[in-house]
Design a binder for this molecule. Sequence first.
Ligand SMILES: Cc1cc2nc3c(=O)[nH]c(=O)nc-3n(C[C@H](O)[C@H](O)[C@H](O)COP(=O)(O)O)c2cc1C
Length: 164
Amino acid sequence: MAKFLMITATTGTNLELAERFATVAREKGHDATVVDLVEVDLPMFTVARSSDPEKTVDVSDLTQQMIDADAWIVVAPEYNGSMPPTLNNAIAWLSGDWHNFRKMCTGKPVGLATHSGGGGAHVIMAMRHMFSFIGADVMGRSLTSGRNKEANPETIEAMIDNLA
Ligand SMILES: Cc1cc2nc3c(=O)[nH]c(=O)nc-3n(C[C@H](O)[C@H](O)[C@H](O)COP(=O)(O)O)c2cc1C
């Protein structure tokens, strides 16, 4: 049994997609938790804010959840050919604790998925770039879906099986 963490950058169709991944994972006997970064509601990261004890935020619970997971599936819509600010912002906050960040990211199996207005290829590329850069082991197969393309259930199953 693997422990999955589904991380969604938005609360609409991408949260629904993250829940679908979680349901399939649970049906296969795995543990799956969905984290909604909109709910986490982090302020915008700046170095000034992060180094001010009065203004910084404690992301240790999220860090621990990410360390404890065997694999992450990151689900985000395309925004302006890239990723939404919630995702980029969360990674900036998490990287502040450099030691735990390395522990959390290095070799972590990561699957990428999107429900976007268009094809979603750009957000997959942007996320692949960032998650590979921070040391994660990003799987080659990803799931793209959108207004004119249903999520392929076979891809969801294959991603869960290969990440577990
Ligand atoms: C600020 C903004 C920028 C967007 N840029 C793109 C884009 O570059 N490419 C695209 O395919 N869709 C784009 N979209 C559409 C979203 O990807 C699409 O509506 C997505 O399904 C929203 O996800 P959600 O339902 O989880 O909120 C954009 C939407 C917003 C709000």
